[in-house]
Structure formats: structure tokens, C-alpha cells
Design a protein around this ligand. Sequence first.
Ligand code: KG4
Ligand code: ZN
Length: 375
Amino acid sequence: MTIRILGIESSCDETAAAVVADGREILSSVVASQIDIHRKYGGVVPELASREHLRRIVPVVREALEQAKMNLQDVDAIGVTQGPGLVGSLLVGITYGKTLAESLGKPLVPVNHLEGHIHAVFLEAHKAGINPALPAVCLIVSGGHTVLYEVQPKNAARSDAGALWSYRKIGQTRDDAAGEAYDKVSKLLGLGYPGGPILDRLAHAAGNAPPPVKFGPTKTRGNALDFSFSGLKTAVLYHVRENPEYLPEIQAREAAIARGERKFDQLLPLCSQKTLGLVKEFQNAVVRDLVDRTVKAAEELSVPTILVSGGVAANRQLRSTFEERAQRAGLKVFFPSMALSTDNAAMIAAAAYPRFRNSIFAGVELNASSSLPIA
Ligand code: KG4
Ligand code: ZN
């Protein structure tokens, strides 16, 4: 019998619902982004995020069911993000999920958001008929997280979509997440929020623009698999402060964004070659650190597979550099589709499936956990 799980995700600034069959087939996936609300503040405002989730959650779930051509009674279980994330935001999804589960008499499956990001990679691979070999090293790289896990099946004999995995954290950021560094650098260059997508495109447009400054690899004393991005962000800040010729173009871009002209085609003409070179050098440094440490971890642990997920996994240079380096090292690397890289509920419904199969359910006492460890 096919098991259809309704996934609900509200951990940060996306209200999302999806239906996934047997942990593998996406029947629907609806994401309501709050970017336009938070943009003017340069980051997610928790209080506004909770209120917006409350406004959107019911229509988003309804739409996910409609797209899957189902009604609530057809759902076999509700999977909901328990954490990590913003507590006020998480509580909206959890409360709604709990209410649905109770009133329908269906099981409620608590899901870790990061485990969801890992399942996003498998959703994409399965669609292509590929089953990535475990154990794997998994890099989750987003606005809130930059963390490396070793992932393996809990029971070595099982590798199907219903198998539970175990996770061992092997590296993490000591300060900012990589996406956070993108967002902060974008803000200080007058390029708006979120920073990742625009800096990605500007770095690409830089071509062979010479770097106005060079950023070396970061060192993290102790664990060589840890990351650090706040020093890089500060280095960009100091470079800009020391070179006052950046100021007029930063102000011109801020003014354009204030007028709502934030598209790539509108911002590119407002960027000098020097700025493009700076953006490219920043991106080179982020990508180099992410790829170097992840490949090093895979080699040290002798695993055949690398999984990369989270918002920054949408970055084109990160993807191509990983492909190239993994091929050279004889490793296979997998990413989610672009749409499944950023927050969504299909990944939550997929991660709920093995838990459903193993009867890991939550009762009405389920609460949000801002720093829920992955287990
Ligand atoms: O996974 P996500 O949607 O939300 C979190 O859980 O944080 O990730 C959002 C983050 C933001 O910091 C955004 O700037 C970054 O991912 N991002 C990117 C790209 N697209 C989104 N960073 C680099 N390149 C991109 N193409
Ligand atoms: Zn996320």
C-alpha cells in the first residue's frame, strides 16, 4: 500500500506543505516565501515570520492537497518540522500539524529540519533512478547552518526509502553560516537581501575581472573540518572601508533597491569591474573552504559519496567545483534540484517516511526545539 505523507515546514521564513508518496515521489510541493516581507529589514524578523506563517499555513496546506488531488482523509500521516529553527515559526507548523493529526486520527511524525535537507538530495536522485551509496559525508549549507555529517544506515542490511539513518557531526561553523556570510556581504555592498542569488550571478558575470584583494583559506584551530566565515565577511568590510571609491556605487545600488530595482539586470550596470572582482573573490573563498573540507572529510572517512544540501547548494560555482573535485577524487556528489535546495516541505515529508515506517510518532505534547540535534 502506498503511504502518502503530508509534510509541513515553518522553521524559518518559508511556509511550506507537500505530499510525498512512499518517501520518494513528490505529489505536490507548495512554498510561500516571506522574502518580500523581510527584505527591507535585511534579514528574517522572527515576530513577523510567525505572524506570516499563521496567515499562510491553512491555504498552503490546502493547495498542497489540491495539487496532489487528495483530501485530508487520504493522508496517512502528518510530518512536521520540530526544529531547529525559530521557535515562534516552528510552533505555527507544529500546532497546525498536531491539530490535523488529532482531528483526523492520523499519526504525527516529528522531523528534524536538517534531516529534511539531507532527504531532499535523495528525492532528486531517486527521481533519476539513482540510489546514492551510503555511508556518505553530507554538507548542509544554508542561511542558518553550515555543518558536516557522516550519514549511514542504522541497519546495514537496509538501504530502501524506509531505512533509518544515523548521523555523526564531524564539522560545523564556529561563527556565521555560509549563507549568512553571503547575506551580510551583499548588504554591505548595497546589493540587498537575500545575498546568495545576486552574488552568485554577479560572480559569474565577473568573468576574468582581476580580484582587487585576495582572501586566503581560513584556518580553524582544533578541528580541521570546522568552518569559519565571519573573518571573511570582516575582510570584505575592511577592504571596502579602506577603498572609498566603492562608496558611490554602493549608494547607487542601495537607492536602486529602495526603488524596487533589485533584479540582476538592473544591478549589474551599477557594479564596477572592481566590485565584480571582489564578489568573485569572496565567492571563491567560500566555495574553496566548503569544498576543501567536505572532500577532505570524505577522503579521511573513506566514504564513496558526498551529499550537498541547503540554500547555498543552489550556488552554481559551488556545484561545478564539487563536481570537478569529486570526480578527481573518485567520489560521487549529489545535490537536490534547485527548488529542493532551499526550504520546502517535500523534504520534510520524505524524511518523515522512514520514521513513519519505524513508528516514531509524537503525541500532543510535541514542542518546538530551536536547536534540535539530529538523531
Ligand atoms: O535553506 P535556506 O532556504 O534557508 C535556511 O535554512 O537558511 O537558505 C537560505 C540561504 C540564504 O542565506 C541565501 O542567501 C542562500 O541560502 N542562497 C544562496 C544561493 N541561493 C540562496 N547562496 C549562494 N548562492 C546561491 N545561489
Ligand atoms: Zn533550511
